[in-house]
Design a protein around this ligand. Structure first.
Ligand code: FEO
Length: 172
């Protein structure tokens, strides 16, 4: 198997950065929801940010395990101003679709490099992205359905407040 190639290492490091940016993005959304007194939505986004940090650290650990160098770069600022809950979850869904593309590109690179260990490692993320997209799009659909209903929003806030962070590895 051997050491990770420079090209694969750089691509993995870029993904560590992208996952940390995802955490930033969801934290920014969480802070906005807290200020809007939608504490369940805020909780959900905060748990999502924790998941993203887990994703980042999972890749970080893999780079080290493969005798690569973890090179941390600056994390972009997420937006500060946010629209309606529906707009926010549409943004989250679009973001997850972008992350799926990134993961797919990593898989393509691993295959091109005949890096079977990276390819195998990345399959966890391929599966995870199916869940990430489906969860985000499910909430978009629910928000779409409740429309302008304050009761609907209140009920969803209560539901999203139930989410608890479980490290994926421990849950398996
Ligand atoms: Fe780390 Fe939401 O994908």
């Amino acid at each position: 198997m051997g050491m990770i190639s420079n090209k694969m290492q750089d691509a993995m490091n870029a993904q560590v950065n992208a996952e940390m940016y995802s955490a930033y993005l969801y934290l920014s959304m969480s802070a906005h929801f807290s200020n809007a007194n939608l504490n369940g939505f805020a909780n959900w986004m905060r748990v999502q940010a924790q998941e993203e940090m887990f994703h980042a650290m999972k890749i970080y650990d893999f780079v080290i395990e493969r005798d690569g160098s973890v090179i941390l770069k600056a994390i972009d600022c997420p937006p500060i101003e946010w629209g309606s809950p529906l707009d926010i979850f549409k943004t989250a869904y679009a973001h997850e679709q972008k992350v799926t593309d990134m993961i797919n590109n990593l898989v393509s690179l691993a295959m091109a490099e005949r890096d079977f260990a990276s390819n195998s490692f990345l399959q966890w993320f391929v599966d995870e992205q199916v869940e990430e997209e489906s969860t985000a799009s499910g909430i978009v659909d629910q928000l779409d359905m409740i429309g302008q209903s304050k009761e609907g929003l209140f009920m969803m806030d209560r539901e999203l407040g139930q989410r608890v962070y479980t490290p994926p590895a421990a849950a398996e």
